[in-house]
Design a protein around this ligand. Structure first.
Ligand SMILES: NC(=O)C1=CN([C@@H]2O[C@H](COP(=O)(O)OP(=O)(O)OC[C@H]3O[C@@H](n4cnc5c(N)ncnc54)[C@H](OP(=O)(O)O)[C@@H]3O)[C@@H](O)[C@H]2O)C=CC1
Ligand SMILES: CC(=O)C(=O)O
Ligand SMILES: [Mg+2]
Length: 562
């Protein structure tokens, strides 16, 4: 998160080394290092290896039961010693991910203020807008390569968490390092504190954010512009990932900044790529085209419509006319099925249906429930990006199974409690016919006496690789084609297994290999799109350069030490 500086902050260089999580090795400082850094007395005498520290850290996490307690211990570890934290993540990625990421990170955000202790990342607030360039100018940020920024307004499916949303940029960047191999010293989480409309947060005595209603309109835009200008002015090249902005801002800000710097919106574009990648893998395994499916998107917001747009572009690549591809979709928001005479947002309009489309239905669009839409549209793919727990009910899922042998059900909302359905239920309701992928991790499901893991369709499969590829290529901007390249690569990686709920993307254990493979595809696409600002002699050099930049947790000899 921060770059160690040469400045002697506490007046004791050794103590500064211990207090900085990027340089601290704790009990692993050798005797020579203890001499050189004047650490004697500041540490217990026994010198440990990283492996021994790891065993102790694992035991410390294992001894508490609740995920939030494990999360808090892991966050403490990260703030104390990043090498040890990432060693632990590497040791058991599938086990660590649900703690440092969805679902537990959601609770971590809700509880963020109550547990706030250590500084990590930057809180930039509207009242201090003029100070942004000065704050970013500090030499400790010279080497930053990846920033994840949120304004905390749409944290997973948990709504406005204000400054508590900082847990998300921290969690996403932990995955950038654990999966994408980005050196933690080159990552910077940022929370733009523009107030919160969550009264519970604002009025809670422990709340650490700016106790002000959300600033909107021109003042919000001016603040965002000031921030983006400051980022552009500060670094020759940096990747800026927007995360968990509310619908009114997500796509709007993406369109505002996407041609100005290397930036993307993970909820819009990363989510689209994981969903499209998985659906392409399904189509490939069935020898079908995407265009043979009929899609219902339940939750026609940033993520849902982002998914729809990418699927349309892929169907057009398959040879379908664009209007015909849009006609494959039925999209629903909290007001119901999107209709062309309705009050729609611009990004929703291409997905709208006409009265003529519904002429054979027994009810009006206003009366049509999700069940009615699924039945009448004969949906084969049901995507949930609504944040509404349990909305894929038994009758909805059974209705799908009546007109397709292999209903594809994707309850993508996070965290787990907000999932539109539980995979075991979906399997039970369809006599094991449904293919299921969820946004948050679920326990393995059981069908016909066999246990199956469930694919996790989460943008964690995409953003670490896209980010790594974009910075390796020093991409001036992130093109849509780079996300399509990521989706296509994902679809290529894994041999699929159509048993039970299906298995179409690599398991979480392989997220680092996935990120590396995607990074190569993305960097290659950046070159062919003319946005790369470095040359690669050939594909081999591109792969080598990406592999070489992937940081692994290890201790460097400390200055003056061995
Ligand atoms: N698996 C993954 O990788 C990802 C999952 N997600 C998840 O997707 C969810 C939505 O995120 P995002 O798209 O950014 O949020 P948005 O607020 O942009 O979209 C939510 C959509 O759901 C609709 N909705 C809300 N309530 C209902 C309801 N009762 N019936 C029908 N539709 C409803 C909203 O309608 P309206 O606008 O009318 O309120 C809106 O269209 C979150 O839970 C998030 O965690 C997001 C990104 C990645
Ligand atoms: C995964 C993710 O980005 C979200 O739920 O917002
Ligand atoms: Mg998100």
């Amino acid at each position: 998160m921060t770059k160690p500086t040469d400045t002697n902050r506490s007046g004791h260089a050794g103590l500064d080394t211990l207090l900085d999580p990027l340089t601290n090795k704790g009990t692993a400082f050798s005797e020579e290092e203890r001499d050189a850094l004047d650490l004697w007395g500041l540490l217990p005498p026994h010198v440990e290896t990283l492996d021994a520290q790891l065993e102790r850290a694992k035991a410390m996490i294992a001894e508490v039961d609740k995920p939030i307690e494990k999360y808090l211990r892991l966050r403490d570890l990260q703030d104390d010693n990043e090498v040890l934290f990432y060693s632990l993540a590497a040791d058991d990625l599938p086990g660590t991910l649900p703690l440092i990421y969805t679902p537990t990170v959601g609770e971590g955000c809700v509880e963020f203020s109550r547990h706030y202790q250590h500084p990590r990342g930057l809180f930039l607030t509207i009242p201090e807008q003029d100070k942004i360039p000065e704050i970013l100018a500090h030499p400790r940020f010279d080497d930053i390569e990846v920033i994840v920024v949120s304004d905390g307004e749409r944290i997973l499916g948990l709504g406005d968490q204000g400054a508590n949303g900082m847990g998300i940029p921290i969690g996403k960047l932990s995955l950038y390092t654990a999966c994408g191999g980005i050196d933690p010293a080159k990552t910077l989480p940022i929370l733009l504190d523009t107030g919160t409309d969550n009264k519970d947060r604002r009025e809670n005595p422990t709340y650490v954010g700016w106790r002000h209603e959300r600033v909107r309109g021109d003042d919000y835009d001016a603040f965002l512009d000031a921030f983006v200008d400051a980022v552009k002015g500060r670094w020759d090249h940096v990747l800026l990932q927007f995360e968990d902005f509310a619908q009114a801002n997500a796509l709007r800000l993406l369109n505002r900044y996407r041609d100005k710097l290397c930036t993307f919106n993970d909820d819009v574009q990363g989510t689209a790529a994981i969903t499209a990648g998985l659906l392409m893998a399904v189509a490939k395994s069935a020898g079908q085209k995407l265009g043979e499916q009929t899609f219902v998107i339940f939750g026609a917001g940033s993520a849902g419509c982002g998914i729809g747009r990418m699927l349309v572009s892929l169907m057009v690549d398959e040879g379908m006319d664009e209007a015909e591809a849009y006609a494959k979709f039925y999209a629903i928001d909290s007001s119901g099925l999107l209709m062309d005479d309705g009050d729609l947002k611009d990004f929703q309009k291409p997905f709208a249906r006409s009265a003529d489309d519904l002429k054979d239905w027994d009810m009006s669009a206003e009366e049509a429930s999700l069940l009615d839409v699924v039945k009448n549209a004969e949906a084969t793919v049901l995507i949930g990006t609504s944040g509404q727990s349990g909305s894929f009910t038994e009758d909805v899922i059974k209705a799908m199974a009546q007109h397709t042998d292999r209903p594809i059900v994707m309850p993508l909302s996070n965290p787990t409690a907000n999932s539109e359905a539980a995979p075991q239920d979906v399997l039970d309701w369809t006599d094991g016919k449904a293919l299921v992928a969820t946004g948050s991790p679920f326990d393995p499901v059981c069908w016909d006496g066999k246990e199956y893991t469930v694919d996790q369709a989460n943008n964690a499969y995409i953003f670490p690789g896209v980010g790594l590829g974009a910075i390796a290529a020093r991409a001036a901007k992130v093109t849509d084609a780079m996300f399509v390249a990521a989706a296509r690569k994902l679809a290529e990686i894994e041999d699929t297994n159509t048993d039970g709920p299906g298995h179409f993307i690599p398991p979480r254990e392989k997220l680092r290999e996935v990120a590396q493979a995607i990074a190569e595809a993305v960097a290659r696409q950046a070159v062919s799109d003319g946005v790369a600002q470095v040359d690669f002699a050939d594909d081999g050099e591109l792969s080598k350069r990406i592999e070489e930049r992937m940081w692994k947790p290890h201790y460097e000899p400390s200055q003056g030490g061995e």
